[in-house]
Design a protein around this ligand. Structure first.
Ligand code: FES
Length: 107
């Protein structure tokens, strides 16, 4: 059993997730930041329903970037259109959690 801690800023809420229980909710890739947020009542927009077709689930990774799944080309292309893009940006519905991470949900 692999459990990971995921902290969402600026709420400063940390949740613990068990990788063997993915998917936790019904949007985004199983075990994605969106999946985890929704399962824990954390508000993360997801206008396209988690299918990499919008950018409303944009998050900025503050710690543990290496503990997220590698970015695929479709995420990279979509992310390019995100408002407030940073070098540490990811799409919440595409980035799957494999270890402890801290992410910020931009305003
Ligand atoms: S919810 Fe639309 S790209 Fe993630």
């Amino acid at each position: 059993m692999a459990t990971h801690k995921v902290t969402f800023l600026p709420l400063n809420v940390t949740v613990e997730v068990d990788e063997s229980k993915y998917p936790l909710a019904d949007h985004g890739k199983p075990g994605s930041l969106l999946d985890i947020a929704l399962a824990n009542n954390i508000k993360l927009e997801h206008n396209c329903g988690g299918s990499c077709a919008c950018t409303t689930c944009h998050v900025v990774v503050r710690e543990g970037e290496e503990n997220l799944s590698t970015m695929e080309l479709d995420e990279e292309d979509r992310l390019d259109t995100a408002e407030g893009l940073t070098l540490h940006s990811r799409l919440g519905c595409q980035a799957v959690v494999r270890g402890d991470v801290v992410v910020e949900i931009p305003k």
